[in-house]
Design a protein around this ligand. Structure first.
Ligand code: RB5
Length: 148
């Protein structure tokens, strides 16, 4: 799978831990930065990951900032993006099953690497349940009567 990954300085260290795991699992990873602990503004990396997904150049994205909050707010402004902030494997799984998450947001100052790697694995392998959840996702963007 083609995966775009990005972080700010608060998520940089966790991004550097997650990236090799993705590669080991056989994914093609595009890292949009940041590339050091120097302070940067997270909306830039959020926009870059979103753009790759919306252009069809990546199937999924992972965004990491200090809390994951700023990245999820920034990414969810764009149509077609379902960025889900998760802190443990259960929500990571449900974000795929019920919300068809296409961007996983995590907080580098909130969770440790072990938990993050477990979450990433479950998020990458869990399919969307569809059915009533497709209708609900449709209702986020369209009028209720357009969604069956
Ligand atoms: C940066 O200090 C911090 O505000 C950022 O990483 C993130 O947590 C914002 O939501």
């Amino acid at each position: 799978m083609k995966i775009a990954i990005g972080s700010d300085h608060g998520g940089f260290e966790l991004k550097e831990i997650v990236k090799p795991l993705l590669e080991e699992l056989g994914h093609e990873v595009q890292d949009v930065g940041c590339y050091s602990l120097d302070s940067v503004d997270y909306p830039k990396q959020a926009k870059e990951v979103v753009s790759l997904i919306r252009a069809g150049k990546a199937e999924r994205g992972i965004l990491i900032c200090g809390t994951g909050i700023g990245m999820s707010i920034a990414a969810n402004r764009y149509p077609g993006i379902r960025a889900t902030l998760c802190h443990e494997p259960f929500t990571a799984e449900m974000s795929r099953r019920h919300n068809d998450s296409n961007i996983l947001c995590m907080g580098g100052r909130v969770i440790g690497p072990g938990l993050a790697l477990e979450m990433v694995k479950v998020w990458l392998t869990t399919p969307f349940d569809g059915g009533r959840h497709s209708r609900r996702l449709c209702q986020i963007d369209k009028a209720e009567e357009e969604c069956s």
